[in-house]
Design a protein around this ligand. Structure first.
Ligand SMILES: Cc1cc2nc3c(=O)[nH]c(=O)nc-3n(C[C@H](O)[C@H](O)[C@H](O)COP(=O)(O)OP(=O)(O)OC[C@H]3O[C@@H](n4cnc5c(N)ncnc54)[C@H](O)[C@@H]3O)c2cc1C
Length: 328
């Protein structure tokens, strides 16, 4: 079976490396189509800790690319490093696919990697299975109106995978660590990071990764307290419609939809959101959708699993209270 390279999605913190759940999800998908290996582009000294973590999700090997010479630049050097790793690994047996998280950065890295390796690219996969001619992916496109199966027909399949596409399954890996030396071209150093500021800590999960998202729209009237209280009771992230963001009630980073973020949680809770097509585009792949809206004709009710016709300022506090009561 060929090796499947999973690029470790992480945040480098002073005290260690926070590995994102999407990494474990991709390792689980990788095991379905080949032998999973992980690729960590980060500080060499933290490689052993990462190896221990990915080993628990079946990684047979961890390739460590020290980022000392790469971290001052945006994505181009990462794509070059992966290209060199794919070429080296191909010489020693063959890479069956490269899986990268479907974030803005992940998709740019994947696009560059596909071009430099002469490979086909599939973005925003929500599932991957083994096919007769290589990995077969599932995508949800045109605002969720179509489900598409696709496969790469040329080169090494480069696939970006949406967070929450699989339930991570623990598996025994070998966790062998291989340090990989890469060279970065002058062309890849064409843009340099001059300042970097971590986002303010909210204590809530990252929107695109959260298993549960509670969103508010114009129907909140600008009062997000009931939305945030429910989110905190459920351990969820908070999202917003564009109407709420345009009104200045929440920053743009909260916006879900065509011109905002794309989420696919296990549970999406829409409150005071009408369900415009542009909003649906960012949340329609959620596993279970619940909506609270006082208008029973609101289009959001066309796609919900559970709908409540009512005022969110009454319904949400009642749900929050019940969640807290059941959690004890
Ligand atoms: C090019 C383009 C891109 C866009 N991109 C996005 C995008 O990325 N994301 C996005 O969200 N939108 C986007 N939009 C805007 C989109 O078309 C809608 O205008 C927007 O989603 C509406 O937001 P909303 O549902 O909060 O507000 P509304 O459509 O005004 O709906 C508010 C809902 O709240 C309900 N309500 C009111 N009061 C209460 C209450 N007390 N309790 C319960 N329910 C109540 C109402 O019945 C209504 O259904 C885009 C539009 C364009 C043209």
């Amino acid at each position: 079976m060929s090796e499947i390279l999973v690029v470790v999605d992480h945040v480098d913190l002073p005290e260690g490396v926070a590995i994102k759940k999407s990494t474990y999800e991709m390792l689980t998908l990788a095991a379905r189509i080949g032998v999973p290996s992980a690729v960590f582009i980060g500080p060499k000294a933290k490689g052993a800790g990462v190896a221990e973590a990915v080993k628990r999700y079946g990684a047979q090997r961890l390739y460590v690319v020290d980022d000392e010479d790469l971290k001052s630049y945006p994505v181009a050097p990462k794509a070059e490093a992966l290209q060199q790793l794919v070429e080296k690994t191909s010489q020693s047996g063959g890479v069956g696919a490269v899986l990268i998280t479907s974030s803005a950065e992940g998709k740019e890295v994947a696009g560059r990697l596909a071009i430099t390796t002469g490979s086909g690219l599939i973005t925003d996969a929500i599932d991957i299975e083994a096919g007769d001619d290589g990995p077969l992916t599932t995508q949800s496109v045109f605002a969720g109106s179509y489900t598409v199966k696709a496969r790469v027909t040329r080169g090494t399949p480069i696939i970006t995978v949406k967070p929450n596409s699989a339930v991570p399954v623990e598996a025994d890996g070998a966790g062998q660590v291989d340090e990989v030396a890469v060279t970065v071209s002058e062309a890849a150093r064409g843009a340099r990071i001059v300042a970097s500021q971590p986002r303010a800590v909210t204590g809530r999960p990252e929107l695109t990764e959260a298993a549960i998202v509670v969103s508010g729209g114009r129907g909140t009237g600008g009062d997000f307290d009931p939305v945030e209280d429910l989110a905190d009771a459920l351990g969820a992230a908070v999202g917003a419609s564009r109407a709420a963001v345009d009104s200045g009630w929440k920053p743009h980073s909260y916006q879900i939809g065509q011109t905002g973020k794309n989420v696919g949680p296990q549970l999406y809770f829409a409150s005071g959101i009408s369900g415009a097509i542009q909003h649906r585009a960012g949340m329609q792949t959620s596993k279970t959708i619940v909506a609270v809206n006082k208008d029973e004709e609101a289009p959001i009710f066309e796609l919900v699993d559970f709908g409540v016709v009512g005022d969110l300022h009454t319904v949400l506090p009642a749900v929050t209270e019940e969640v807290r009561r059941r959690k004890g």
